[in-house]
Write a protein that binds this ligand. Structure first.
Ligand SMILES: [Zn+2]
Length: 72
C-alpha cells in the first residue's frame, strides 16, 4: 500500500509544508488527529491542525497530477 505524506497549509501565511508524518491510507482513515502542533518553516508560526487540515500526497509519485486531492 502506498504511503502518504501529510502536508498542511500554514494558517498564518498560507505556505504549504510537509509535516514529516508518513502513514498508509488505511491508518490515515482511522487516525483522529485530535490536535497536532506544527510549526511553519517559513514564518515560524506554531498552530494546531486537525485531520481536515491535512492534505495527503502519495509518496513516490510526485509527478502525478492531483494525487491525494479531493479524497477527504
Ligand atoms: Zn507560515
Amino acid at each position: 500500500m502506498a504511503r502518504l505524506s501529510l502536508l498542511i497549509r500554514c494558517q498564518a501565511c498560507g505556505h504549504e509544508f510537509d509535516t514529516g508524518i508518513r502513514m498508509d491510507r488505511r491508518n490515515f482513515a482511522r487516525a483522529t488527529f485530535a490536535s497536532n502542533y506544527h510549526t511553519c518553516p517559513r514564518c515560524g508560526r506554531r498552530g494546531t491542525y486537525h485531520k481536515e487540515d491535512f492534505r495527503v500526497q502519495e509518496e513516490g509519485s510526485p509527478n502525478s497530477p492531483g494525487a491525494g486531492r479531493g479524497e477527504q
